[in-house]
Each structure stands twice: as structure tokens, then as C-alpha cells.
Write a protein that binds this ligand. Structure first.
Ligand SMILES: *Cc1c(COP(=O)(O)O)cnc(C)c1O
Length: 428
């Protein structure tokens, strides 16, 4: 694409953007009385204005109906989680019966491990990526220890090649083939949180199945961001949080996918609770557990509806627009952001490098910039000027324009402020 680094050009892109009005559907924090340029939707998505109505509805039903709110009111609580199944199925490429919403991400991964990581004497290894998100590392190591095993014997990390910034699919597949019959589970982040790389989930899933392993995906940075076909790919399980690209608020409920081939199986363990018990019989308080026929069998507790309400509100917006349009705009935003960064690199003397793949099929909403010595000063200046980005050691800022609420002018202004930040840090 031929872009231009001028305000007029960016304004023109905004005028032509069919999703431009959605910016008004979100609340923006302010710095010095001015709305910020928000690039951390990969960490905590902005609040959709309609979220408050959904939360208020529950507060009102609680005030006015109290216990009756479980079964009456506009959206009764006892099956509140079922309202997500259609909507999330469209976002992650699943059948509605394969979706459930509960708990938070790491908790759901633990629950999935109970069912799908069952090490035996010969097959006990887990393959993951090096420097996986820390919570995932803690989760995997503690699961391994829970089985009386040693993480050092069981966890195999796929590395990047020396001097390279992202993973190669062929390297991941080679590790899977090497571990072969010993591989119990392949569990990777679909979109890497650090460099924004999108893994080839279809091919990696195939390779994992070919060696007889289970395959799960952590989709924290993928859900609502990239096209997914969990059912078609034959993924065993997946989980994701709702507060990043899904804009559902801090610590809000997590989504979970369990392939239908595992529904109704009696030969796999599961941690159980009354919300996973057959819906019609749940309140008969029977002693024997009768699982729901679908992914809802993995539910445990009374649905935490206050944390689900903003999630449901946000999914109304996703439903209204549809993921394909969001992805089309996100691709254009990221291409323009990359162009802006290249323009900045041409204007000022500074060392920085994009560590996110250039190939559009291997990246999504995020660009990670590796800065030089003055990285921290540049970051501090951006933040002071109301450009909200995030900092990762040793010297990386992550930028995530979001189709719902980032404009092309935002990216242009970011470029101008980045030039200013680099010049200032160089003069110090
Ligand atoms: C954000 C994120 C988490 C966070 O998990 P919570 O349990 O919701 O706090 C876990 N894994 C990855 C890959 C993430 O990006």
C-alpha cells in the first residue's frame, strides 16, 4: 500500500473508514484534559459505554428481585453463561455447544489440564514456547508437580533461533516430532504476548495430533483479534481472557472451548460442581453428578454474573460489526502504523527495530518495538504526552491499535510524538 505521513492523509483514511463511529462507543481516559492515544488494548481493552447498562441491569435485578433474579428479570442469572455460546462461537470458530464462560483464564487452563494433561509413564511431556506468559509457565509447572513429576523432565520449550525475534513454524513442528510418542500435550499461545507473532495454529495442531498428543491453545491475545477455526482445526481445548481485545473489563470472565468429541466422555477426569450438573435437575440437589451434555459440563460454581455482564455487552458490539470487518480494519491500521514507524526512522537518528513479523499472516493488532539505550526515556515521554503504550524489559514497547477505537489520525499523532520523544531523549 502507498501511504503518506501527513495529517490530511490520515484524516482521509478515517473518513473512508466504515467503522469510524465506533470510537464514540468507548470511554477514553484523559491526560491534561485530552483523550489519550490508547495502544494498550492488548492489555486492557477500553470500556464500551453500553457495559454500564448491563452491569446496572444486574444491580437493579438484585435490588428489586433478589433471589428471584436467578429465574426472572430480563436476563436471569441461572443460565446467564449460555448467552455467550453463539456469540463466542462466531469469534473463535466453534460450535456453540463447544463454548463455555466461567472463572478467569489461568483457572480455566488449570481445569483444562485436569481433563487433558494426563501423563503416563511413556507419554508425559508438554511442549510450550520459550518465555511463555509467566502465568502459563507457573500453571504448567505446578500441574506437572501435582502429578508427582519434575517440570525439568516434562516441559520442553521451543526456542527462537539465535539472533531471531520470532518462532519458525518448522522449528515448532520439528520439536513436536522429536518429542513424538512422549508428547502428552502441546500448549502454546496462539498470538505471542511479547512480539505479537501469530502462530500457524492449523499446522501446529495437525502436527501435534499426528504424534498422538493433545493440543490446547492459550488465546489471550488471539480471541477477538485473529480469525480462528478451533472446531475445524480439531483443537482439543482453548481458553482466553475477555479483558484484552474483547474489551470486557479487568478480571472479567474467561471463555473456554472444549471440542465436541470430548463431550459426554466418561473416561476423562474433570473437576465438577453444581453449575455443570444437568441444568433441569440442578436445583433438585441430587447426590450424583449428571453432566451437562456440552462444554457447560466443565462449569463449577454459581455464575459470576457481575463479571460476565460487561463481557456480554462487549460481545453485542462484536456481533453487530462482525469479526471480518474488524480484522480488515485492523490489518490496515497495523500496515499504517508500520509505515509511520518507518517514516519516523527516516526522520530521526535512533536505533529501534520492529520485532513483530512483517508477514501479515503472522501478525495481528500488535507491533512490538525494540528500542535502544534511551528506550525508557522515550517511553516516559510518550506516557507524559498521553500516548499509552506498555513497557517490557529489556527495552520493548508494545503498540496495539484496535479496530473498534483507534483512528488513523491517532497513528499519525503517535508518529509525531515519537519523533519528539526520540529527539528529546537524544538531546539529554
Ligand atoms: C493476559 C494473559 C494471561 C492472564 O491470565 P489471567 O488468569 O486472566 O490473569 C494468561 N496467559 C496469557 C498468554 C496472557 O496473555
Amino acid at each position: 500500500m502507498n501511504f503518506t505521513f501527513t495529517r490530511a492523509y490520515a484524516e482521509n483514511l478515517d473518513r473512508k473508514d466504515p467503522l469510524k463511529d465506533y470510537k464514540q462507543a468507548f470511554h477514553f481516559p484523559k491526560v491534561d484534559g485530552k483523550e489519550v492515544l490508547y495502544f494498550t488494548g492488548n492489555s486492557l481493552g477500553l470500556q464500551p459505554k453500553i457495559a454500564r447498562d448491563y452491569v446496572d441491569e444486574i444491580m437493579d435485578d438484585w435490588a428489586n428481585l433478589a433471589v428471584e433474579g436467578h429465574f426472572s428479570g430480563s436476563r436471569p442469572w441461572w443460565d446467564y453463561h449460555e448467552r455467550f455460546q453463539d456469540k463466542l462461537a462466531a469469534i473463535v470458530g466453534a460450535k456453540p455447544s463447544e463454548i463455555t464462560v466461567m472463572n478467569t483464564l489461568t483457572v480455566n487452563l488449570h481445569l483444562m489440564m485436569v481433563s487433558f494433561y494426563r501423563p503416563t509413564r511413556n507419554r508425559f511431556k508438554i511442549i510450550c514456547e520459550e518465555k511463555a506468559f509467566p502465568s502459563d509457565q507457573y500453571m504448567m509447572a505446578s500441574q506437572v508437580r501435582h502429578h508427582g513429576l519434575n517440570p525439568e523432565d516434562c516441559i520442553v520449550e521451543v526456542s527462537k533461533r539465535p539472533g531471531e525475534h520470532f518462532f519458525r513454524t518448522e522449528d515448532i513442528i520439528e520439536v513436536i516430532n522429536q518429542v513424538g510418542q512422549e508428547c502428552a500435550l502441546v500448549l502454546l499461545g496462539g498470538v505471542n504476548y511479547y512480539n505479537g507473532q501469530v502462530l500457524d495454529m492449523a499446522q501446529i495442531t495437525d502436527a501435534s495430533k499426528a504424534v498422538g498428543a493433545m493440543v490446547g491453545w492459550d488465546l489471550a491475545h488471539a480471541a477477538g483479534n485473529v480469525e480462528l477455526h478451533l472446531h475445524k482445526w480439531g483443537v482439543d481445548f482453548a481458553a482466553w481472557c475477555s479483558y484484552k481485545y474483547l474489551n470486557s473489563g479487568p478480571g472479567s470472565a474467561s471463555g473456554c472451548f472444549i471440542h465436541e468429541r470430548h463431550h459426554g466422555r466418561k473416561d476423562i477426569p474433570r473437576f465438577e460442581g453444581w453449575w455443570g450438573h444437568s441444568k433441569e435437575r440442578r436445583f433438585l440437589m441430587e447426590p450424583d453428578f449428571q453432566p451437562e451434555p456440552d462444554a457447560n459440563a466443565w462449569q463449577i460454581s454459581n455464575a459470576s454474573v457481575l463479571s460476565m455482564a460487561p463481557f456480554l455487552a462487549s460481545l453485542e458490539l462484536f456481533n453487530e460489526v462482525g469479526l471480518p470487518k474488524l480484522i480488515a480494519k485492523r490489518q490496515q491500521l497495523v500496515a499504517y502504523l508500520e509505515f509511520v514507524i518507518d517514516q519516523v526512522a527516516g526522520k530521526v537518528e535512533a536505533e529501534f527495530e520492529i520485532i513483530t513479523p512483517k508477514d501479515p499472516s503472522q501478525r495481528a493488532a500488535q507491533i512490538s518495538l525494540l528500542l535502544g539505550e534511551n528506550g525508557k526515556e522515550i517511553f516516559d515521554h510518550l506516557m507524559r504526552r498521553g500516548v499509552i503504550v506498555d513497557w517490557r524489559e529489556p527495552s520493548v514497547i508494545r503498540l496495539a491499535p484496535v479496530a473498534f477505537y483507534t483512528s488513523f489520525v491517532d497513528l499519525y499523532e503517535f508518529g509525531e510524538i515519537l519523533v519528539e520523544a526520540i529527539e528529546l531523549s537524544a538531546s539529554n
